[in-house]
Design a binder for this molecule. Structure first.
Ligand code: HMG
Ligand code: MG
Length: 299
């Protein structure tokens, strides 16, 4: 039977995942205008920026100013790869942190310059300490289905990595199809297993739309019981260290689909499109998503 929830939570990742891969540097003030317009559209959870090395991801070099310039509202995540990033994020006033690790060793090496095991060994004391301080910690699990270098990832490997984080007391798992290769069947199967294994944590699905399967994957994740989705306004984004990773699934198209299925999100699609209008002049590619195109053509 097709059973659906009444509500779903959208975590807007455009200011972080959406912009991190953008070749042209976007001015801090323009990012802040985008974030402020997104807030007006109703997002209660958002990834704002990353405290990563500016040598690795130049677009995120203004993370401190982004946190300082953003009105505090709901849950605002910043990504942190290491102790230096965590300390800088806490000093900036961030209260919700996201750590990130790839199931695939090769991807993790290219993204964080460590094997998955080295990353986990380094993160463990840091995450335990954050939890002692009552900081909300989200763990982003990259290459949970496929890796651009290693190919298919076994569900057991993803579940084992998630279990380590859950044992440390993290609050949320954001499980990612980094290169947009998972099928709706794989999405249903993995999220069913994850929800059965870890009912105590918030479970979020993070789909990139490389092969245009993300909306279908969201429907099958909903069927598995997931009610939280990372999405990016305008479908912007991708990981600079995952060849072939295009944008995240577009927030406006996901919100429209959910609303049409009588699943409420609290997001106003017109206001969301005005937020996209603010950032579109500063990104390389025109935004061509379904709902934004209709909005632009006033249809
Ligand atoms: P490294 O080169 O091994 O680190 O990089 P290092 O300790 O040798 O430091 C190199 C330089 O960076 C040094 O500066 C450090 O001080 C500095 P230098 O002495 O050469 O002038 N540094 C920092 N600066 C600012 N903030 C920091 C920081 N740490 C060191 N936190 C490192 C290791 C982790 C730093 C690097 O690999 C890095 O920054 N990686 C981030 C990569 C990234 O942001 N990827 C995208 C996010 S993940 C993603 O998009 C996937 C996701 O969306 C889910 C999905 O779709 O899969 C979440
Ligand atoms: Mg991503």
């Amino acid at each position: 039977m097709f059973s659906l929830p009444k509500n779903a939570t959208i975590i807007e990742v455009g200011p972080r995942d959406g912009l991190q891969n953008e070749g042209k540097l976007v001015q801090t003030e323009d990012k802040l205008q985008f974030i402020s317009a997104l807030q007006k559209a109703g997002f209660q959870e958002m990834e704002l920026t990353s405290f990563v090395s500016p040598k690795w991801v130049p677009q995120m070099a203004d993370s401190k100013d982004i946190v300082a310039g953003t009105e505090k509202m709901g849950r605002q995540f910043v990504l942190t790869p290491n102790e230096r990033g965590i300390n800088a994020a806490l000093e900036s006033g961030a209260q919700s942190l996201a750590v990130f690790v790839g199931v695939s060793n090769t991807f993790n090496q290219k993204n964080i310059n460590k094997t998955t095991q080295e990353s986990m060994a380094a993160l463990k004391p840091l995450v335990l300490d954050l939890k002692k301080q009552n900081v909300f910690v989200r763990a982003c699990i990259s290459t949970a289905f496929y890796c651009p270098f290693e190919g298919a990832i076994s569900p057991e490997a993803t579940i084992d990595l998630c279990r380590e984080f859950v044992d440390w007391g993290i609050d949320e798992l954001s499980v990612a199809d980094t290169i947009g290769m998972a099928s709706p069947k794989e999405s249903y199967d993995l999220f069913t297993k994850l929800i059965n294994e870890f009912p105590e944590v918030l479970m979020t699905a993070h789909f990139h739309d490389t092969r245009r399967m993300a909306l279908a994957n969201i429907v099958s994740a909903l069927q598995a019981g997931v009610t939280r989705f990372d999405t990016s306004a305008g479908g912007l984004g991708g990981c600079p260290f995952a060849p072939g990773a295009t944008g995240n699934v577009a927030t406006e198209d996901v919100v429209n689909m959910l609303h049409r299925m009588d699943i409420q999100t609290g997001i106003d699609i017109d206001l969301l499109c005005t937020a996209i209008e603010k950032i579109e002049p500063y990104v390389t590619n025109p935004v061509t998503t379904g709902m934004y195109t209709l909005y632009k053509n006033r249809l």
